[in-house]
Ligand binder design. Sequence first.
Ligand code: SF4
Length: 67
Amino acid sequence: MECDTFCPHRVFERREGDLKLVVANPANCVAFCRACSKTCGPDAISFPSKPETIALIKQIRERENVK
Ligand code: SF4
């Protein structure tokens, strides 16, 4: 399991006694990056769907009046 050390954004954290990594800092994750998925087993990490993420980004841009 290399995903905790692979990501430079400190999204994952390994806590003593836990068998699984903890998503400690989800807001640090880069939109549309999925690089860490290649370091763990197949389907070990799930990501939000691309259309949902795009819709959310549009919503935030409209709310913040960003073009
Ligand atoms: S998707 Fe990218 S930014 Fe997010 S945790 Fe994985 S490597 Fe880090």
